[in-house]
Design a binder for this molecule. Structure first.
Ligand code: PLP
Length: 445
């Protein structure tokens, strides 16, 4: 048959061609997936992976995976079912709830499982906004995660007033600013426990007391704090708290929301009666089990965070500051998480550092985000007033209990030549005495 000739196909022929096309499409997809898996395998087998990006996401602990697996297979029942098979899943769920509660020093009935930290944060803001319909004011800080800032922004567009508390050069808050901002109209104060970019810790327990004295509710985003700092909510005035599984060695896609017993609450998700009517939707059983196990491990590892992880963090900071001139550790003067280093290198650009580190198998993050073609420092770094020449070159290393001294020493060896090369080609560094003794000494520790 020549091109242009028309031929009508029988139903059998049509079916044959359609099936073949579908098969070919599926084959291509499968081939593509195999290629990707092979790339990842090669990376894992042949190259070092130095993972220093645990504030972005953390490795699922093998103990966690092991405990989750039976709930994908043999124990697939729905905990809401009346029969023994579904109902049998309820007990492991109760255990997971108790383990998360123990990590937070809370009661099991105060824990609500969610899909992630973002859902928990949204739940807090939406709940307070609707539970206090006559109060139209919310207070957050300038350095919150987008899960809080963007929800607050939306509420602002719907008529709420939002006050953003400023931070100082080390990323610290002044609680006098909070006192001054609270009004009889304030429904909620939402203040993160620890900052994801700098690790700077906020005095949330004191802030919650101040907030309660004015009759408003207090929420804290503890996504980065949980598992890294001791938390005891029993006697705290904190009404609501968010955590996320994948920051503490559980998988992505599971979170928890703490709601103090007796606090006002309006559900974010509506539907069935799961989670005692506070969060509808059939429970993600395997992931809840995983979060429970991760919480148990995190509680056991808390001491290690303050010894092993903090030791590695200090070694990394000191090693880099000694080897590279014109560096600045952001938040150095503040109380910080034991695992986070936010470091700026003058006259270089964060993304270039990350790409070159990545080529060496080192995974870190940038403190800056790409905004409409121009490389803008992150809102956290900008809020701290980090000088522009440093702000662009900010990167974050976030460690975990799985990291080693050898890995830290590898970074201390590989990073200085990268910065040196970037400074040589940096248009900003022209005519600047960057490598001389008279270079800016601002924060060179
Ligand atoms: N809050 C903070 C401080 C975070 O660092 C993150 C994630 O990076 C979130 C909230 C959002 O958590 P999730 O990724 O589970 O939605």
């Amino acid at each position: 048959m020549r091109r242009g000739d028309s031929k009508s196909f029988t139903n059998d022929e049509k079916c044959f061609y359609e099936t073949s096309a579908l098969r070919f499409g599926l084959w291509l997809k499968a081939y593509d997936i195999c290629q990707k898996i092979e790339t990842i395998n090669n990376l894992m087998e042949n190259e070092k992976v130095i993972y220093f990006d645990n504030n972005a996401t953390s490795r699922t602990a093998p103990e966690v995976t092991e405990e989750m697996l039976p709930f994908f297979g043999e124990f697939y029942g729905n905990p809401s079912s009346m029969h023994f098979f579904g109902g049998g899943v309820q007990k492991p769920l109760d255990l997971a709830r108790a383990r998360v509660a123990a990590l937070l020093g809370a009661m099991p009935e105060e824990i609500i499982f969610t899909s992630c930290g973002t859902e928990s944060d949204s739940t807090a803001l939406w709940s307070a906004a609707r539970a206090f319909p006559d109060r139209k004011h919310i207070i957050i800080t300038k350095v919150e995660h987008p899960a809080v800032t963007n929800t607050a922004k939306f509420l602002e567009s719907q008529g709420w007033r939002v006050t953003h508390l400023q931070v100082d050069g080390d990323g610290r808050l002044n609680l006098e600013d909070l006192k001054a901002a609270l009004t009889p109209d304030t429904a909620l104060v939402s203040m993160m426990w620890a900052n994801n970019e700098t690790g700077v810790i906020f005095p949330v327990e004191e802030a919650a007391r101040i907030t309660h004295a004015k009759g408003a509710m207090f929420h804290t985003d503890a996504v980065q704090a949980a598992g890294k700092l001791p938390i005891s909510l029993k006697d705290a005035k904190i009404d609501m708290l968010s955590i996320s599984g994948h920051k503490l060695h559980a998988p992505k896609g599971i979170g928890a929301f703490y709601l103090k017993k007796g606090s006002r609450f309006m559900p974010f998700m509506m539907g069935g009666h799961q989670e005692s009517g506070r969060r509808a939707g059939t429970e993600n059983v395997p992931y809840i089990i995983g979060l429970g196990k991760a919480a148990e491990l995190a509680a056991l590892n808390l001491e290690k965070e303050n010894t092993h992880v903090k030791g590695l963090r200090d070694r990394l900071e000191q090693g880099l500051s000694k080897a590279i001139k014109n560096t600045r550790i952001n938040g150095l003067g503040a109380e910080r998480l034991p695992n986070t280093v936010n470091i700026s290198f003058e006259y270089v650009e964060g993304e270039s550092i990350l790409i070159m580190l990545s080529e060496k198998g080192i995974c870190a993050s940038s403190g800056s985000a790409c905004t409409s073609g121009s490389l803008e420092p992150s809102h956290v770094i900008r809020s701290m007033g980090v000088p522009q020449t440093y702000a662009q070159g900010s990167i974050r290393f976030s460690l975990s209990v799985y990291n080693t001294v050898d890995e830290v020493d590898y970074v201390i060896k590989e990073l200085p030549p990268i910065i040196e090369r970037l400074r040589v080609i940096s248009p900003f560094a022209e005519d600047k005495p960057l490598f001389g003794m008279d270079a800016c000494q601002m924060h060179n520790h």
